[in-house]
Design a protein. Sequence first.
Length: 405
Amino acid sequence: MKRKTRVLVLTSSFPRSKNDWWAQFIFHIYEHISQDYDITLLGPDASGSKKNEKFGPIDVHRFSYCYPRSLQVLTTGTGILHSSKTNLFARLQIPLFIISAAIHSAVYTIQYKPDIFHAHWLIPQGLIGVFIKKLFSIPLVVTVHGSDIFGLKPLKFLKQFVLKNCDMCTVNSSYTRNAVLQIYFATPISIIPMGVDTKQFSPKRKSAVTRKELSKKGGPILLCVGRLIGVKGFEYAIRSLPTILTQFSDTMLVIVGDGPKRGELVNLSKELNVYNHMKFVQSIPHEKLSAIYASSDICLVPSIIDPETGETESQGIVPVETMASGIPVIATDCGGLSDAVISGETGFIVPKKDSDAIAKHAIVLLSDKVLLKKMGKNGVRIANINYSWEKITSQFEALYMRIAG
């Protein structure tokens, strides 16, 4: 019987339990992996998480990096980059995290004898991956998700070191690919976007009850989804609302998510006298989110580039989830969003920080139900063809096959 190809995965983000929403996309990559592959994943521990468990087809092992476990705050659902910016104690835990991740990677490499080491994010996992590759002569795959390439600019020399030494780098969009090649032009690279659960995010999730909850007057529903941080650009969606209301006076703008910008966004909506046409929804289960997507009319993705860090949308999962739900997208020409949204076919691409353009294209769609429906159908078709997790997993399998030989 043929031996399975063993892949040891190192990540700084992974669901802390089977009901956790955080970093589900890492789990979904391997959820549908074929029986020819044996996946072992190393991820950070969290208070209340199981240290070892079977997560679908994945053997998950969580490593601690601070004691007691309740003090571990670096990887608590916002990502290392954001946690270390906002929490001094989290920043102090970075060296502990790196040391623990490196030791556990070495120990599991000795015990598990993997054929491939797969590091998600360049820093620090990719750096640890190079250490494992050099020490144990194992092929290294690195996946760049975005914050690791667009942020952490002072660490460019470390990123370059990882990219020079990996056997393959996967990226989620052409925009991310170009950013990687600017750091190291000879990086062996493959574009594999993150996908969407096309069974969960589907037009079938549309609900009259959900629609009534979002808009009691029965008017158009505009939707924004994501963490309430500056790079999401939600203020430009709010600024577009007064113009939209001149044509569609019962419009509601629903913002799903939470974060440090919440207070500013609420205040802005009051300043513009549109607060009564706003609904702020904090974190909700994915099954409820899918109903909100499918019950809305248009999703707005007004992302920008962070002027301080250079961080931006490397791909954007929200447009893909929106398309799978049968809803048109109005997104900005920012990062990798234009890889997902085909302007004029599944929605529109508009300039960054241009609330007038957002309003104009929203009015076009709301005024033309035929176009609205057509773009929604196009989105479902493209999401199913290009972004189903089964499709994405098959691309990773093909890559593993090439690397393992």
